[in-house]
Design a protein around this ligand. Structure first.
Ligand code: ZN
Length: 240
């Protein structure tokens, strides 16, 4: 059994479709979504409906929360704010309600999923170093937890100590815990423009981070045509 685990789609339909096609080619039979389905790019409603039709475990991201609420979004950067105000208008009340009802943390089979961090999942802190990871590990009761939010694929391992690693293939070892960032489908920020997600193979006990090319020009054109900030289109090519 193979799980495709993806998040931070951010309304980038072209990237999302490529990830789905790749996961099917790779023989994935199950999907898990780590949140931030909407925000930034031009197809929030379409991406939301695809995830909803997958009928798979989904956790809520900060952009999902922002799009579903009526708050002023003062805690977000101006680009995210502008994109979310636009996104709210693209979603109907049924879709916003669906986003509001998503949970922050879920256990799926033998692993956990969260958008940002297990130590305070609703405060949207960023896990970027081993000290952040250490705080999250103290609330991790499964061997593996998948997360997103930073848009940078990364693996943290914990046995006697906590280490950061950047491997594309992880072979799970007994006695070691893993906190795995799957990267972002729709807006990678590690300098690689290709969509990022993870495949967890239950039989072989391996996790691999996949990078997938997609039709970036179309995604960029749609962002501009929607009147969203041009920087949101430009940054896709830079992968940041
Ligand atoms: Zn995000």
């Amino acid at each position: 059994m193979k799980f495709a685990i993806f998040g931070d789609i951010h309304a980038n339909l072209e990237a999302f479709q490529s990830v789905i096609a790749d996961s099917e080619e790779q023989g994935c039979s199950n999907y898990v979504c780590l949140g931030d389905i909407v925000g930034y790019a031009a197809n929030p409603s379409e991406c939301l409906e695809i995830v909803r039709a997958m009928n798979c475990p989904v956790v809520r991201g900060n952009h999902d929360e922002g799009a579903a609420s009526t708050s002023l979004l003062e805690e977000l950067n101006p680009l995210a704010q502008r994109a979310l105000l636009w996104t709210r208008e693209q979603l109907n009340e049924d879709q916003r309600q669906w986003l509001r009802e998503l949970r922050l943390v879920r256990q799926v089979r033998d692993f956990t999923v969260v958008h940002a961090t297990l130590d305070s999942p609703g405060s949207w802190g960023y896990v970027t170093n081993r000290f952040d990871a250490m705080a999250s590990f103290s609330y991790q009761f499964t061997q593996v937890c998948f997360y997103g939010h930073t848009h940078v694929p990364r693996v943290f391992e914990k046995d006697d100590t906590v280490r950061g690693a950047r491997g594309e293939l992880v072979e799970l070892q007994r006695g070691v815990k893993y906190f795995v960032n799957v990267g972002s489908v729709g807006q990678p920020r590690d300098g690689d423009w290709r969509a990022s997600y993870a495949i967890y193979d239950v039989q072989t006990q391996t996790i691999c981070i996949r990078r997938v090319e997609y039709d970036i020009q179309t995604a960029q054109k749609k962002i501009l045509a929607a009147g969203l900030p041009p920087l949101l289109a430009e940054r896709l090519s830079l992968g940041k």
